[in-house]
Ligand binder design. Structure first.
Ligand code: 3PG
Length: 208
């Protein structure tokens, strides 16, 4: 399966900001054991790269993305750590082009028609819609879907209360969000509560 097919199958991607690499394996086990073997590990923390490396070594089948990738150096680090795809909050043609040269699938963030067109011009069809809720949410997604043949990954303000409405839109491939594995719960090592949130998310997207 290519990246788009895998994201469409999961329907939801936990966005992770992890402070300690030691937490990576218990977190990954919690995701895998509760039915969601995928994660976008953001480069917002210093532990991101080492966390990805450890998760990749222990879970070769897991779908792992690097998130909040802003520089070429971070692209290199993410590839070296073993990611399957790279995500950025915005659309930076230089980073998109660098990922393309390195053969790494890239999902840049967009939140308006001009950015969608620029991404399409670079051959991209799968885009992050970020920050989803404050950028117009479902209304904006419907308006853009009427015009552009792209599939979107809304992230930013998605939660158990609205994910089913987002997934009901044909242009929505999957949703991303931090609510499934919040940094506070990771810091506390509260795998039980994260497990519960993972099961809740899996159950919700199965109903969507
Ligand atoms: C991201 O990194 O993609 C966003 O910060 C996620 O937004 P959320 O915290 O509202 O899920």
């Amino acid at each position: 399966m290519d990246l788009e097919q895998q994201l469409a199958a999961f329907k939801v991607v936990p966005v992770i900001a992890i402070n300690r690499a030691e937490d990576a394996l218990p977190l990954a086990s919690t995701l895998v054991e509760n039915g969601l073997p995928c994660a976008e590990v953001t480069f917002r923390t210093d532990a991101a790269c080492e966390a990805i490396r450890r998760i990749r070594a222990a879970h070769p089948q897991m779908l792992i993305g690097a998130g909040t990738v802003l520089t070429r150096d971070q692209v290199d680090q993410a590839i070296e750590a073993g990611v399957d795809f790279v995500v950025s909050p915005g659309f930076n043609p230089e980073i998109v082009s660098y990922c393309q040269r390195r053969g790494m699938p890239m999902v840049p963030g967009v939140n308006n028609p001009s950015l969608v067109e620029q991404a399409m011009a670079m051959g991209l069809k799968t885009l992050k819609f970020f920050p989803a809720e404050v950028s117009g949410g479902l209304g904006m997604i419907k308006a853009m879907a009427a015009v552009y043949p792209v599939r979107l990954m809304p992230t930013g303000g998605i939660s158990p209360t609205n994910i089913k409405e987002y997934l009901a839109q044909p242009s929505v491939l999957c949703c991303g969000g931090t609510w499934i594995a919040p940094t506070k719960l990771i810091d506390e090592g509260n795998w039980e509560e994260i497990g519960r949130l993972v099961r809740e998310a899996v159950s919700l997207v199965q109903q969507a």
